[in-house]
Design a protein around this ligand. Structure first.
Ligand code: 1YM
Length: 661
């Protein structure tokens, strides 16, 4: 694919930036909000690269009132001298020639996420206007570009220079300032999301130690909260401490490992907590790799081997003992792992996995060497012992849980009927087409059983509130009857023995009431999936069913409304004399209504649950579902929106991204 696009790319150079406007999706993936933000990240990446290469110390990002965004770095300034073969200034090449990055692809730039320099012209092509100010050699240069309809040609000319490179005068400043207004003809919505921008900038600040990133959202009225500065001299060490806020650390100091080998720079920051979850966040060239990959594999192999060797050396493991498993060493682990790689190949469904196989042995060697040094250091003995002891306890509980699981499997194998507890299974044989509805309450469960299409819809009613699994150990989860029914129904097993291959349903749909209890149940189930069946979420199998909130009726005409906006539309459509019913719970709907509004694939609304920002989700789940009261109270008083049905919607709002299905 890569080599083919290169050829296609050469052709597109001839076509110019119009090609980008014709098919924006090919360059930025989508023209949704995600694509819009992609424009900003392209420019921000260039600024961060300049800083991480040591030329700039400061990056400033501003969202302006007119809808434009600007990015400044105090680095060298983009080249303004005339390009040897094209005969135009460097900045013009960068902003008007597709794939210009290749032409300038110097050594120091090849660590970037992929599109360095390439991105700038794409941003220009998809902007209404773009200006670039270069502060270089004590001179202030400017160049302006617009995308405007040209009546002579009868089409939009994309990213065309409004004039030549201007020299505006002398300056003491250094660096590059790019400002652009995304084109509303291209994007569904051109409003930037300030929170989303702030979050990513904070992440970049953690990943790029010491770089000062200033974020200003001029659209915010309160001057106090308009500007935020992110700068972390501790880098990923600070990041781990931030992730562990609200957890109890097993040792005060974060373990920091760093090394370089064959051009790959590898860093890890590690701190254990008294919890049971593994929170490993990995990045390649500042890009999150939630699906892992060769760098993660190398890290895990080295980490496990070093700790096992150490455990034997100090006698915590005897000659006759088996080695501890990787997951035993990762219980309660919070780790941020980063690798800088020359030509990263991102693979997997969401391009979230590093494919470069050469990276594995490199990371493995760096971590082995660094971790061995750390374990050999006398002052670390107490922490090292605590880590190994925790892993030994984890292994013991794992063994106990395995026995419980085996018994479960035997028990269910003995059962002749395919019924699991109260599961009403479906008859279809194709797992991809089958759907499992997890329904709150027996009465709604009853309606769902009657209303469903039994060929592909199975119903599992949940009695009362399920166990909150945050801070529960695997064996406690397995002892819980509701979760046992769920695990058996799904067929995947759980935790380390989870296997997507044996999943029995293509869609797993949570169906709960639109009230406080319903939101809580949803949050608990999502926490369970997140902690014990993470891949079920990342592979896109988990959904939230959306029952309507209102039924508006006039005569035989019925409209179901799923939110207040739809309600307003419905009442307008039906005119005077309608009756309005507000559904408080699923139980108020009869089987036909439940089918029509919530279960029928041709009419229902579903939200697919995704993990947009794994680190944030983890932190929020810990804060909101964990056992420390203080951070939860702080978070809720800071963020709660009391117009929402319930505060527990918060972690879920981060988890779920709306998607028609
Ligand atoms: C606000 C965004 O783009 N800064 C930036 C970009 C470049 C340089 C410096 C730069 C690079 C090099 C030499 C080099 C870019 N250069 C190119 C290209 N900030 C922002 N700051 N001199 C200056 O790579 O050797 C692309 S970006 F194409 F010229 F290499």
């Amino acid at each position: 694919m890569a080599s083919q696009t290169y050829n296609a790319g050469n052709i597109q150079v001839l076509e110019g930036l119009e090609a980008v406007r014709m098919r924006p999706g090919m360059y930025i993936g989508t023209t949704s909000s995600r694509g819009l933000h992609h424009l900003l990240w392209e420019i921000v990446d260039n600024a961060i690269d300049e800083a991480s290469n040591g030329y700039a110390s400061e990056v400033m990002v501003t969202l302006h009132k007119d809808g434009s965004a600007s990015v400044y770095d105090n680095g060298r300034g983009m080249p303004v001298d005339t390009h040897p073969t094209m005969g135009i200034p460097g900045v013009e090449v960068i902003f008007t020639v597709l794939h210009a990055g290749g032409k300038f692809n110097h050594e120091n730039y090849s660590y970037s996420g992929g599109l360095h320099g390439v991105g700038a012209s794409v941003v220009n092509a998809l902007s209404r206007w773009l200006t670039v100010d270069v502060f270089l050699n004590w001179t202030h240069y400017r160049m302006e570009f617009t995308s405007e309809f040209d009546p002579k040609q009868g089409k939009v000319e994309a990213g065309k220079p409004s004039g030549p490179l201007q020299v505006l005068g002398n300056t003491r400043k250094k660096g590059t300032l790019v400002r652009f207004l995304p084109d509303e003809e291209i994007f569904e919505d051109i409003r930037f999301n300030g929170e989303q921008v702030a979050r990513r900038l904070q992440e970049l600040a953690y990943l790029n130690q010491g770089i000062r990133i200033t974020f200003t959202d001029e659209r915010v009225t309160d001057p106090e909260s308009r500007t935020r500065v992110f700068c972390y001299n501790g880098g990923i060490t600070d990041y781990v401490q931030y992730l562990n806020a609200g957890k109890t650390a097993l040792h005060p100091e974060v373990i920091y490992l760093e090394g370089r080998r064959d051009e790959v720079v590898c860093r890890a920051a590690i701190q254990y907590t008294d919890g049971f979850n593994e929170s490993l966040f990995s990045y390649v060239n500042n890009i999150n790799t939630p699906e892992g990959g060769s760098h993660e594999t190398g890290f895990k192999a080295a980490f496990t081997k070093c700790l096992n060797d150490y455990a034997r050396k100090v006698g915590l493991l005897k000659d006759t003992d088996a080695n501890l498993a990787g997951e035993d060493f990762r219980e309660g682990l919070t780790c941020v792992l980063t690798a800088m790689v020359r030509n990263p190949q991102f693979e997997g469904q969401t391009k979230g996995r590093l494919g470069n196989s050469e990276v594995r042995p490199i990371v493995e060697a760096v971590i082995t060497q660094q971790m061995t040094d750390w374990l050999d250091n006398l002052k670390n003995q107490e922490t090292a012992t605590a880590i190994v002891s925790k892993a030994i306890r984890a292994a013991q509980t794992r063994e106990a849980a395995r026995k419980t699981r085996d018994n479960m499997r035997k028990a269910s194998a003995l059962e002749a009927a395919p019924l699991v507890g109260k599961l009403a299974s479906c008859t279809g044989r194709k797992w991809e087409d089958n759907e499992l509805f997890i329904v709150e309450g027996d009465s709604a469960g009853g309606s769902a059983k009657q209303g469903r299409d039994r060929r592909f819809q199975a119903i599992l009613p949940l009695r009362g509130k399920p166990l909150n699994v945050e801070k529960k150990h695997l064996d406690q989860v397995l002892a819980n009857e509701e979760f046992r029914s769920l695990i058996t129904a799904l067929g995947t097993s759980i935790g380390e023995s989870f296997s997507l291959d044996s999943l029995k349903y293509g869609k797993v749909i949570i169906l709960s009431d639109a009230d406080q209890d319903g939101a809580h149940i949803r949050a608990i189930l999502l926490t369970f999936f997140l902690r014990y069946m993470r891949d079920l979420i990342t592979s896109g199998h988990v959904y939230i069913g959306m029952p309507p909130l209102y039924k508006v009726q006039k005569g035989s005409k019925i409209i179901y409304a799923y939110d207040d906006r739809e309600l307003a539309k419905a009442t307008r459509a039906l005119g005077k004399g309608y009756t309005l019913q507000r559904y408080k719970g699923l139980g108020e709907m009869n089987p036909e209504q439940l089918w029509e509004t919530t279960m029928d694939p041709s009419q229902r609304k579903l939200m697919r649950v995704s993990i947009e920002d794994a680190a944030l989700v983890d932190r929020l789940t810990t804060i909101l579902m964990g056992d420390k009261v203080e951070p939860r109270r702080d978070y809720i008083s800071e963020h709660a929106d009391f117009n929402r049905p319930d505060d527990f919607e918060l972690p879920e709002a981060q988890l779920a991204s709306a998607e028609g299905a």
